[in-house]
Write a protein that binds this ligand. Structure first.
Ligand code: HEC
Length: 119
């Protein structure tokens, strides 16, 4: 009993530090498509049309821009700015360095922001 529990502690510590060392912190999972509200589903369609060629939504692996998994659940976006709706709106409508501006109607923007919160 004693041996097995200290082995368990060792295993947990070893696995935990391996994750930290590899820089791979587990992020909260994205909301599954089956649970999207109608607005989130419309936002997903906007994302597919306007963003998907440069961003993966459900991993942090980069495509042309950073992967957006858990975008609104982390403290800071890749630029260091907090992922507030104001900041996201600014990046989306005006672009940022290598990211071009995207033209959206107010409804498309609101739907897209709702979808980004599911990631
Ligand atoms: C042509 C490719 C391209 C398209 C299309 C594009 N992006 Fe980006 N995006 C980028 C690049 C490149 C960056 C990194 C910019 C930088 O250097 O800070 C980026 C950065 C971002 C960031 C991080 C901003 C930060 O402050 O770190 C967010 C969020 C983002 N994009 C969301 C979107 C959304 C939502 C859409 C769709 C409306 C979109 N992008 C469309 C290329 C693109």
């Amino acid at each position: 009993m004693r041996i097995s529990s200290s082995f368990l502690v060792f295993w947990v510590l070893a696995t935990g530090s391996a994750l930290v060392l590899s820089g791979c912190r587990p992020l909260p999972p994205s909301k599954p498509a089956s649970e999207w509200t109608p607005q989130e589903a419309r936002g997903a369609a906007v994302f597919q049309a306007k963003c998907a060629r440069c961003h993966y939504p459900t991993t942090t692996h980069p495509l042309h821009g950073p992967g957006l998994q858990a975008l609104t659940k982390v403290k800071a976006m890749p630029s260091g700015a907090p992922p507030t709706d104001e900041r996201l709106t600014d990046v989306i409508l005006h672009g940022r360095s290598m990211m071009p501006p995207t033209e959206l109607t107010n409804t498309e923007l609101a739907d897209l922001l709702a979808y980004l919160h599911t990631l």
